[in-house]
Design a protein around this ligand. Structure first.
Ligand code: FO1
Length: 337
């Protein structure tokens, strides 16, 4: 089976970026372009619900994580920010007592935030800025923000002093490690937010759409809240295949379990697949890949009209991640000549 010509991936967080490493490695091995790349065109629709104004700069964590991870600049240890990073400016700001001291502002990362902020303030769109930054990083994919408009995930929590308040997702995620019970997630600005240029087309014209093991609530879930994107996913002629972010009842990394609890979804491979739902029943996926240890998920998924299979899901290195990508593509009914 030759590879699909165009793959679109809805990605957020570190899991999504790591999956993309394996996908590109697999495509370069099985569908090479003779120049070290692949003939398959991969478009990534990146979550921007995590974006935040910090110290006067616009930070786009999920876009930067894809850009750095695929561009070779990511901190392998953290999964976010830059390799070989220092935090001198962060320490100096803290010495001044300037908040947020909890945000990990890296000195190398600062260059990206400064360029993005100046460009936005000059009137460029987030899409234009992202394309310019990617021109430097050469991630090997087309990276599109889900929207050029502000649509930020905020978390409704009970503050001991202030009562029920909404805090930015980053504060909940970083400062509170998602340990503060979240009553709800609200996306500030989502009503006005429109899909960025090319986003709906990337879904409608894909040969395959992939949902990587990103957080189904605040990453993929956020992307699906942007006007028109959920409908585009439900109606694209391309098959939609997802990979469970939950293995053995726990998230592989991050705190997706806290997010799933908030929306009343059980933390299991089956529950997340069923949460997305079968496209034949008005949902978002045609197929769902679960870990070898979650074989009990296969029956309920299939009963719901979702093709399901087991595969090793741990992305411990590019080779195992490429094998995961191969298993994901193998779930797709052979549709290409
Ligand atoms: N994650 C942390 O756990 N601690 C941090 O201090 C932190 C800083 C940070 C700075 C820039 C950036 O692009 C990402 C950063 N992240 C940090 C990760 C980020 O909070 C999450 O990866 C995503 O927002 C969730 O997918």
């Amino acid at each position: 089976m030759t590879a699909p010509a165009r793959i679109t991936v809805l990605s957020g967080g570190i899991g999504g970026a790591r999956f993309l490493v394996g996908l590109l490695a697999h495509l370069r091995a099985t569908d090479p372009d003779g120049r070290g790349g692949t003939r398959t065109e991969v478009t990534v629709i990146g979550n921007t619900g995590d974006d935040i104004w910090v110290h006067g700069m616009r930070v786009c964590p999920d876009l930067d994580t894809v850009m750095y991870t695929l561009g070779g600049g990511i901190s392998a240890e953290r999964g976010w920010g830059r390799e070989g990073e220092t935090f001198t400016v962060k320490e100096e700001l803290a010495a001044y007592g300037v908040e947020p001291t909890w945000f990990g502002l890296g000195d190398k990362d600062l260059a990206t935030h400064l360029i993005r902020t100046q460009s936005l303030q000059s009137g460029y769109t987030l899409s234009e800025v992202t394309a310019a930054l990617c021109d430097h990083w050469q991630p090997g994919v087309t990276l599109l923000p889900m929207s050029d408009d502000r649509a930020e995930t905020h978390v409704v929590v009970d503050d001991p002093d202030q009562g029920r308040v909404a805090i930015h997702f980053q504060e909940w995620w970083i400062r509170h490690r998602a340990a503060l019970p979240a009553h709800a997630f609200v996306m500030v600005g989502i009503e006005e937010a429109r899909p960025a240029p090319g986003v709906l087309e990337a879904i409608a014209e894909a040969d395959l759409v992939l949902l990587p093991p990103s957080n189904p609530v605040v990453s993929v879930g956020a992307i699906l809240q942007v006007r028109g994107i959920a409908e585009a996913l439900r109606s694209t002629p391309a098959p939609v295949v997802g990979v469970s972010p939950i293995i053995g009842g726990a998230p592989v990394r991050g705190m997706a379990d806290a997010c799933l609890t908030t929306i009343g979804v059980q933390t299991s491979a089956a529950a997340v697949g069923l949460h997305y739902g079968a496209r034949t029943a008005g949902g978002y996926v045609d197929a769902w890949l679960v870990a070898d240890t979650d074989a009990e998920a296969l029956e309920p998924l299939r009963a719901a009209g979702i093709a399901a299979a087991c595969a090793p899901l741990l992305m411990s290195d590019p080779e195992t991640t490429a094998a995961l990508a191969a298993a994901t593509l193998a779930l797709v009914p052979a549709r290409w000549p």
